[in-house]
Design a protein around this ligand. Structure first.
Ligand code: SF4
Ligand code: SF4
Length: 393
């Protein structure tokens, strides 16, 4: 009976939102997964959900469309600017929850194991949980605990814990925090923030993971978190409600900026590079952090920042958000690789030698795109921490 009520509530929510669509199609003009076809993209997905519910056609075709969205949020802004301000990303996530939890039609087949891995091993790749902190061996990083209170908890996130390319970001963070004399630590049993589980509609798993992390934060007496993962940053600041205002959460671009302004971190060496900056969707558009990363880049001696055609609020997605990192898009929709390559094209147009990011997932995706385009000789992806570390020497 209770399950039926939840199902009806979600159906009502979806209907109430989608009935007000003006069918203006403006949202489709900014979506990275389509060019301009009306049966896809935010307009196509929203109509498919609306009529799927109306005609009771809840099937795999609907699922494929609903899971094709990268949750980049560009359509939300467009709808807000020109029409009904429909929260399309939220609607699509709710539809994923409906398909997965109520109808057992979701997620995409390739995502099933990813969710299982998050549940069993605390990370999407299924790497052993006890290897999560292996990247920090030999670096003298302390574990925050009840007995070892720290001023700042560095929340590493899954990608920076396990992915060899992204681990460099975590190691850079250690250098930066040590150089600035910050009393920091990491969690010995850190687990996935659950952000991507929520994007894929697995709200129960998100709740389980968020509760596990919150329990550890409380146990270790954490009052200030700094993370290098925009996805965790977004979940902590927007989706870990019960915990809300009691803990200060910052992305590293915000914290490092402060350290420099307070004179705790000095950047000495000139790096002499022309760079451009890719706003990660969950740091930029979803969290409104546009200026701090640019300010931080501007503090690095010898850096010339040039903007891409689409920047800040209007930035284009790297293609891998919303669980697309772990699925093949349905036939007829742009692959994530093509979306990433389009973004790299924009970076190449600026004639920058470095494409800077502040997200491990964007870093992996854009680096792969540069390789597939055979443009390694023209541009290189770097996290901002890398340039900062070069300037510390
Ligand atoms: S911009 Fe908004 S109102 Fe217009 S088609 Fe898209 S969802 Fe509907
Ligand atoms: S959130 Fe981004 S990818 Fe998803 S439908 Fe909207 S514009 Fe397209």
């Amino acid at each position: 009976m209770e399950a039926e009520i939840v199902e009806q509530d979600i159906e009502k929510y979806l209907n109430d939102k989608l009935i007000s669509c003006e069918k203006c199609h403006f949202c489709n003009t900014v979506c990275p997964i389509v060019e301009s076809r009306v049966s896809q993209g935010p307009f196509g997905i929203n109509r498919a959900i609306y009529y799927g519910l109306k005609w009771n056609e809840i099937n795999e075709d609907l699922r494929n469309l609903v899971y094709s969205c990268t949750t980049c949020g560009k359509c939300n802004l467009m709808c807000k600017k020109v029409s009904r301000a429909l929260p399309l990303t939220e609607v699509f996530e709710k539809a994923r929850e409906y398909l997965l939890v109520e109808k057992m039609v979701g997620p995409m087949p390739e995502q099933v194991n990813v969710l299982k891995n998050m549940h069993v091993r605390g990370n999407p790749w299924g790497n052993p949980a006890h290897e999560r902190t292996r990247w920090a061996e030999g670096l003298g990083v302390e574990f925050a605990s009840k007995e070892n209170r720290v001023d700042v908890l560095y929340f590493v996130g899954c990608a920076c814990s396990y992915d060899p390319l992204a681990q460099r970001i975590a190691k850079n963070m250690v250098k930066i925090l040590n150089q600035a004399g910050v009393n920091f630590g990491i969690l010995q049993n850190e687990t996935c923030s659950g952000h991507e589980a929520k994007r894929m509609g697995e709200t129960g798993l998100f709740q389980y993971l968020s509760e596990s992390n919150i329990a550890m934060f409380k146990e270790a007496g954490v009052s200030h978190i700094v993370t290098s993962d925009p996805h965790s940053f977004y979940s902590f600041t927007h989706e870990y409600p019960e915990w809300g205002n009691r803990v200060r959460v910052q992305h590293y671009t915000q914290f490092t900026n402060e350290l420099i302004k307070e004179g705790k971190l000095r950047l000495r060496s000139e790096v002499n590079k022309r760079v451009t900056y890719h706003d990660p969707c969950y740091l930029g558009r979803h969290s409104g952090v546009f200026e701090e990363p640019r300010e931080l880049i501007g503090q690095i001696p010898g850096v010339d920042l040039v903007e891409m055609e689409n920047a800040k609020e209007d930035s284009n997605c790297c293609g891998m958000g919303g669980g697309r990192m772990w699925m093949e898009p349905p036939k007829g929709l742009l692959s994530s690789q093509v979306i990433a390559e389009k973004r790299v094209e924009q970076a190449l147009d600026t004639k920058a030698e470095v494409l800077l990011t502040a997200c491990p997932f964007c870093n992996i995706t854009l680096s792969d795109a540069i390789k597939s385009m055979e443009k390694e000789g023209s541009i290189k992806v770097m996290d901002i921490t890398e340039l900062i570390c070069s300037s510390l020497q």
